[in-house]
Write a protein of this length. Structure first.
Length: 236
């Protein structure tokens, strides 16, 4: 019995030595002091694992709820934002909608203005009536405005063998630039005179428009015979 006790004593002492050695080599993190509330659980590995799984499950459920997709039917979404119709705004501030048949935009206010002949004036000399297509600028618009209340006439004088020049009696907005005028061109000169060309000349003018469907030979016959009285109107 004494031998048995001796062996047991050495076994117990050896175990204590091993445990002391292992404790001395444990990482520092293994010897961290836990708060008092967690002291009872710091060596309870199964309970810590259960807590980790619970927290993970809560996070997954939260993320799934945040990414929930709307269950609204597709046909309701299409009614709120119908496809195939696109609204835009043109330069005149008028809304235009694509034609569902071919995608061609509806007519704008500018198109209707052209169709109504608002970019056209008529020049009359004796029995000859000519069509003048107006330029797209403020000067041409102001020149057209002179005929809104009715035709107006200008006494025009031949100059240089290539043009007729006549005073308007008032000043119009001008944006003069060096232009090579050609037969049929109608120009604003110095802001207060209108010039009709039956020849060519390079000078500083503002373009008002041009006479359509009239060659130089015909223009010379009408304008090249000295001073003439010219009528400008909006109707033939």
């Amino acid at each position: 019995m004494a031998g048995t006790k001796k062996n047991l004593w050495f076994y117990s002492r050896g175990q204590r030595d091993k445990r002391a050695c292992l404790h001395a080599h444990l990482p520092t993190a293994g010897r961290v002091k836990y708060p008092a509330a967690l002291q009872r659980y710091k060596f309870d590995a199964p309970l810590l694992a259960a807590w980790s799984l619970t927290l993970t499950a809560v996070l997954i459920i939260s993320l799934t709820a945040c990414g929930k997709v709307s269950n609204k039917p597709a046909d309701v979404i299409q009614k709120e934002n119908p496809a195939g119709v696109e609204n835009s705004e043109n330069s005149n501030g008028a809304a235009e909608t694509e034609d569902s048949s071919g995608g061609v935009p509806a007519k704008t206010a500018g198109d209707e203005k052209i169709e109504k002949g608002e970019n056209i004036m008529y020049i009359t000399v004796g029995d000859s009536v000519m069509t003048m297509k107006l330029a797209d600028n403020a000067s041409a618009e102001a020149f057209r405005g002179l005929a809104v209340s009715g035709p107006f006439t200008v006494e025009m004088k031949e100059y240089g063998g290539f043009e007729l020049v006549g005073a308007l009696g008032e000043r119009l907005p001008a944006a003069d630039e060096q232009i090579l005028a050609e037969p049929g061109d109608v120009m604003l000169y110095q802001g207060n005179s209108v010039t009709i060309f039956y020849g060519t000349n390079s000078w500083s003018y503002t373009r008002l428009g041009e006479i359509e469907n009239m060659d130089q030979k015909k223009l010379v016959e009408i304008f090249g015979d000295g001073d003439v009285t010219v009528s400008f109107s909006l109707e033939e």
